[in-house]
Design a protein around this ligand. Structure first.
Ligand SMILES: N[C@@H](CCC(=O)N[C@@H](CS)C(=O)NCC(=O)O)C(=O)O
Length: 289
């Protein structure tokens, strides 16, 4: 009896050891791909290892580290990839808001379990879903402990905290927020909404709203103009590097044509779209998981 129990424990420990080793390998690959420090736990403490950096780069990074906190997304990555737990993303595949979260998670190496909802079947307005998000919308991230987080840009922020997708310094972080608020107030309500009604909604429902299309186009084009102006002089939206601000804006800009928008008058936006799409780990909207 005693022997059998020991065997079971032995098997369990071997399994955990294997899962953690392969998780660590995977996380190391991702960290190397993005040239970002990777954090491990050691005796309950989070420590950094970056054997692939040169001596001077290591010294420089070492100085930065003293001011840095642990990297939750790397820890999430190790934990989830170790098979210990995996958050659920309640989502719709065609939604740009949900795509933003999938894209960031992919690039961070965070594994998600997807739970899909129909775009037109009203299931996010039923009691079961409303108990998780009273606002009745996806994306919704559900952690294994039952906590839920709504709003695509809040989820992006949560996943990217202390990772290469969110700059460290105060000013750049405020810039990230500036562009994410812009996306939610001046961009998504016109570009995403035009796409939904023109490309996905039943025709008779679109006809009831046809008079709104010129306003969606005028305001969506105004947002694209602001982006063009910014990108004519810079490669990225915030902090001089690729970040969740770019992911937030990419979500619906790259498929704006579905909503009847012509991107030709915005060449810098077109170049930026290509730049975003060539980032390591990029996945297109139609790729599930
Ligand atoms: N501001 C929200 C918008 C979320 C949203 O509008 N979600 C749509 C899909 S893109 C949805 O759930 N629609 C279903 C419904 O409203 O019933 C975000 O960024 O997450």
């Amino acid at each position: 009896m005693k022997g059998r129990r020991q065997n079971k424990l032995g098997d369990f420990a071997t399994g955990v050891g294997w899962a953690l080793r392969s998780a660590a390998k995977e996380a190391q690959k991702i960290a190397r791909m993005h040239n970002t420090p990777l954090y491990y736990w050691e005796n309950g403490k989070v420590v950094a290892r970056k054997p692939w950096l040169t001596k001077s780069a290591r010294a420089k990074a070492g100085r930065c580290e003293t001011r840095r906190r642990a990297r939750p997304a790397d820890i999430l990555s190790l934990t989830f990839r170790g098979g210990v737990s995996m958050p659920v993303l309640h989502q719709m595949q065609v939604s740009g808001n949900c795509y933003k979260v999938r894209l960031a998670a992919r690039q961070l190496g965070v594994e998600l379990t997807l739970k899909d909802y129909g775009l037109l079947d009203g299931t996010t307005r039923q009691a079961t879903f409303l108990s998780k998000n009273p606002n009745g919308r996806v994306p919704l991230l559900e952690l294994e402990d039952g906590r839920t987080l709504a709003e695509s840009d809040a989820i992006l922020w949560y996943l990217s905290e202390d990772t290469f997708l969110l700059p460290d310094d105060r000013w750049s972080r405020a810039e990230v927020l500036q562009w994410m608020f812009f996306e939610q107030y001046s961009h998504e309500p016109y570009i995403a909404v035009a796409r939904f009604w023109l490309a996905f909604a039943p025709k008779e429902e679109l006809e009831k709203r046809r008079h709104l299309v010129p306003e969606w186009h005028a305001k969506g084009n105004a947002a694209l103009g602001v982006m063009q102006n910014h990108l004519a002089r810079r490669d990225w939206f915030a902090g001089g590097r690729y970040s969740i601000a770019d992911i937030a804006l990419y979500g619906y800009t790259h498929c704006a044509a579905d909503g009847g928008f012509d991107l030709a008058p915005y060449p810098a936006v077109g170049t930026w779209l290509k730049r975003v799409a060539s980032e390591p780990g990029h996945v297109p909207l139609d790729v599930a998981w």
